[in-house]
Write a protein that binds this ligand. Structure first.
Ligand code: PLP
Length: 391
């Protein structure tokens, strides 16, 4: 089968490969616990589901405007006022099918052949492939566990070239759970403005930050320099709506128009029913978010305690999202030389699925998602520890 050249530039998602192997083992009757999931283990809140049912009953089942129904654009814009005191008009927002499509639209609208995008590593798996589909290339900027997986201006300056068009920041981070402070973000933003580098701030986990850490944002920088910043948001993680597919981009209205043009020729609007559900999410109670934060902070501590017993493992404390990213390279041997081999061994011997750090640009690490109940999580962490100690 002859396929387009662009397929050679992208690889299949590593997470999907792990899930397939997990399913295979489960089909053989093995009790595999998955610490590889990228979504909260809570159900979508009832009032959100009720709004969707009502939308169907009322026949709200037609095409809508491509960037979303005006009241939802308005509410997505208000998100920044509500949490960060940043006012934004609805024309600065486009609703898309998840944060993923928002990012993809943005890359297509901004990037082209020869453009370089600075990408702090470890990074979320999809960025390099999405950027490649937009004909540009990512330049990884490594920051290891010793730096809490966070880059600074010096790191970025030494990776920048005259071809650098953009920088992607993701805080809280998938895969590390680490967060930039507002002061750290501000320093990077100031550098990017001075350098004329466009900043894409992926803030899809910004409601899942654990005290005493506080959410940080580049939305005030977007307000000051709208032509230089875009913010990605989503309801997927905040409201356990991963399957509903709704996210957005806050950007300069001209850039939003460009993204509307792209989305209008691909998927058009987000599902009309989902939009009503999203409206209920943004305007309704936020209790679930608090409940999840309490559970995730407790599980985060449980995970860190377990990792502390693993030989030589180093894990910066994650302040957000629901991931931990320990550097386990001290456990590597001639037989287990990398994260992929280690994850295969852990899947087979500890019956626990994890994503190898190599998928996120750091082969010394493994990603643990703690979006599952405490008892199962504790059991899985113990099983991993037993394998690592036995080697
Ligand atoms: N950005 C990050 C860092 C993510 O981890 C994800 C999902 O895992 C997304 C964006 C996309 O989320 P969605 O398209 O489900 O809203």
């Amino acid at each position: 089968m002859r396929l387009a050249e662009r397929l050679s530039r992208i690889k299949p998602s590593a997470t999907l490969a792990i899930n397939a192997k997990t399913q295979e083992l489960r089909a053989q009757g093995r009790q595999v616990v998955s610490l590889a999931v990228g979504e909260p283990d809570f159900p979508t809140p009832e009032h959100i589901c009720a709004a969707a049912k009502e939308a169907i009953e009322q026949g709200f089942t037609r095409y809508t405007a491509v960037p979303g129904i005006p009241e939802l654009r308005e509410q997505a814009a208000r998100y920044y006022e509500r949490f960060y005191g940043v006012s934004a008009p609805k024309e600065a927002v486009i609703l898309s099918n998840g944060g993923k499509q928002a990012l993809y639209n943005l890359f297509l609208a901004l990037l082209g052949p020869g453009d370089e995008v600075l990408l702090p590593a470890p990074y979320w798996v999809s960025y390099p492939d999405m950027v490649a589909l937009a004909d540009a290339a990512c330049v990884p900027v490594p920051a290891g566990a010793d730096k809490n997986y966070l880059v600074d201006v010096d790191d970025l300056e030494s990776a920048a070239t005259p071809r650098t068009r953009a920088l992607i920041l993701n805080s809280p981070s998938n895969p590390t759970g680490c967060c930039y402070t507002q002061a750290q973000l501000d320093a990077i933003a100031e550098w990017a403005v001075a350098r004329g580098i466009f900043v894409i701030s992926d803030e899809v986990y910004d409601r899942l930050v654990y005290a005493p850490a506080e959410p940080a944002t580049l939305s005030p920088w977007w307000k000051k320099h709208p032509e230089n910043f875009a913010i990605i948001g989503a309801l997927s993680k905040t409201f356990c709506m991963t399957g509903w597919r709704v996210g957005w981009c806050l950007a300069h209205p001209d850039l939003v128009k460009a993204m509307v043009k792209i989305q209008g020729q691909s998927t058009s609007n987000v599902c009309s029913i989902t939009q009503k559900a999203a409206l209920a999410a943004l305007t309704g109670p936020w209790d679930l978010v608090e409940e999840m934060k309490t559970a995730f902070a407790r599980r985060r501590d449980l995970v860190l305690e377990a990792i502390a017993t693993w030989p030589g493992a180093v894990c910066p404390k994650p302040d957000g999202a629901f991931y931990a990213f320990p550097d386990v390279s001290a456990c590597y041997t001639a037989q287990i030389p990398d994260s992929t081999t280690l994850c295969t061994k852990l899947l087979e011997e500890a019956e626990t699925a994890l994503v190898p750090g190599a998928a996120f640009g750091d082969d010394r690490c493994i990603r643990i998602s703690y979006a599952l109940d405490d008892a199962t999580l504790a059991r899985a962490m113990e099983r991993i520890g037993a394998v690592l100690r036995g080697k």
